[in-house]
Ligand binder design. Sequence first.
Ligand code: ZN
Length: 219
Amino acid sequence: MRIKYAPLITLFVLLIVAFLPQASAQSGLLAGRTIVLDPGHGGEQAGACYFGVREADVNLAIGRELAARLTAAGANVVMTRTTDELVACAGTDPADELQARVDIAQAAGADIFVSLHANAHPAKPETAGVITFRAPGRSTALAAAIQEAVVEETGAVDKGVRTANFYVLRHSDRPAVLVEAGFLSNRVEAARLNTPAYQKEVASGIYKGIVRYFLALNP
Ligand SMILES: [Zn+2]
């Protein structure tokens, strides 16, 4: 080995040593955790639909990206749907459809439940930004960690953590949040949400929020 390469090799080894513990700590953190991802809507229920962008498609794309990241980190990921179809039978009552999603989380023994949606405010089309919902009095830490990390990763408007009595949040007995990744009724945000690059940023933010949540539980 020529001596002139020694400093470079030393630097390379130092970089590996510096980053390895962080990487293994994070994957160790998620190993064995059961994380249920719930891409909202599907099939005949497109959810919000503006400027040719279907919410069901955006939700599923973000869900697939997030599932890949979590799985790579050792988590046991269960998705309520992986295709553009409803979870319950086609034509089912909306409440039964939502219960079918809750049932999947219960059967899986979810450590956390993350429902993925995109928002709409057609009366105020300038409205944009990310909101993470949780049920009143519950899932505070998970919602805060995800909201903060998604805003960091996407640079989107921070519309904060809010409480809501959404069916899937109310009926989950595990920490459960519903992430509204942006407003499809906003033309600019709809266009962004429709790109794989932005979907990856949202997924990366949710992923980081989940890691921080578990890190805070087991520092
Ligand atoms: Zn929705």
